[in-house]
Design a protein around this ligand. Structure first.
Ligand code: TRP
Length: 331
């Protein structure tokens, strides 16, 4: 029996950080042995909000690709591609747009939220309204069974299922219902204790040098009430402890928590443990990053051969779609 198909995408809208690593990439890597995985760089999605300045787009696409490979995605097992290199996504998007009620797009929570939240960009565009529909095309195109994403993406999955069903209702069974695979990790906090996000300038980037990572941890906020070394602290109020829970062993978590509560250790000691553990995760990744960054031709070959495989899969779906609608050959 063939493996079930998994599909997910990531936007090249900035450099990837350790939140993307534990929230998405590590999970993608875990799935690659058990499923037929398609992972892609959603460059058109990045354009829906970053259309006015594309000067860094290519750098970000490269950063995503390098980090996917550095995190352990294996192009021999997994199809890694760029959305814009599989133009079938645009065709499916336009065909799905015919059956998509405007109100369905307008009521997607991220639509209004982002429009009010993002002040420095004009998101009153056709492309931005169509964001979830483009995502539906991405997912339905590969007739994916599972879509690993964070909770924030669940509304997009919901509308994908609704659109798939509506298509099937008009034209016959073409698309299976995709299911979300919720990523188990909570949001990773940034160096200031808020959610790690490029808009808050609190990220530890996968492209940071070891010295930069170390400095960011050393200057990170801790329990704000623990001012002097002799003050007792509450680990649960410290973003450093939050990162320990992700990167340190249970035993070390217990040790630093106890040391914090009793003022047995200082914040610098606690941070040193975190730095050691974080480096253990990042060092192999840094090494693979260097490998790929030194070989731009290899990167281009990987993304292009992945995109060629994706085009083959997409072309097969589009044949079914065109036939179902009546857009296939006259005879
Ligand atoms: N919207 C997703 C995000 O911001 C990225 C994305 C685009 C995606 N197309 C997708 C995720 C298809 C899963 C499947 O994270």
């Amino acid at each position: 029996m063939g493996k079930k198909r998994v599909l997910s995408g990531i936007q090249p809208s900035g450099r990837l950080h350790i939140g993307n690593l534990v929230g998405a990439l590590q999970n993608w890597v875990k799935l690659q042995d058990s499923y037929d995985c398609y992972y892609f760089i959603a460059d058109w999605h990045a354009l829906t909000s970053q259309y006015a300045d594309t000067s860094r787009l290519k750098d970000y696409v490269k950063d995503v690709l390098v980090n996917c490979l550095a995190a352990g995605l294996d192009p021999e097992k997994t199809t890694i591609f760029a959305q814009s290199r599989v133009i079938e996504h645009a065709e499916l998007h336009v065909l799905l747009s015919m059956v998509t009620p405007l109100s369905w797009l307008e009521r997607v929570p991220t639509y209004k939220e982002k429009q009010t939240e993002v002040k420095d960009k004009d998101l009153n565009t056709y492309g931005f309204l169509g964001y979830p529909l483009l995502q539906s095309a991405d997912i339905l195109m590969y007739r994916a069974h599972y879509v690993p994403v964070g909770v924030d993406q669940m509304p997009h999955l919901e509308i994908t299922r609704e659109i798939g069903r509506r298509f099937n209702h008009f034209y016959g069974e073409v698309f299976p219902d995709p299911e979300g695979l919720l990523t188990e990790f909570p949001k990773v906090v940034g160096t200031d204790g808020r959610k790690m996000s490029k808009t808050y300038d609190n990220c530890i980037f996968l492209s940071d040098t070891p010295a930069e990572v170390e400095k960011k941890i050393r200057t990170m906020t801790t329990d704000p009430q623990r001012i002097k070394r002799t003050d007792k602290g509450d680990p649960d109020l410290s973003p450093v402890y939050h990162l320990h829970k992700i990167f340190s062993s249970k035993e070390e978590q217990g040790e630093v928590a106890e040391g914090c509560r009793t003022a047995g250790i200082g914040c610098i000691d606690c941070k040193k443990v975190l730095i050691k553990n974080l480096f253990e995760v990042l060092e192999p990744l840094w090494e693979r990053r260097r490998h790929y960054l030194d070989r731009p031709d290899e990167l281009e070959d990987i993304i292009e051969s992945g995109s060629a495989k994706a085009r083959t899969a997409a072309a097969a779906t589009m044949q079914l779609v065109r036939k179902a609608i009546g857009l296939d050959r006259l005879r």
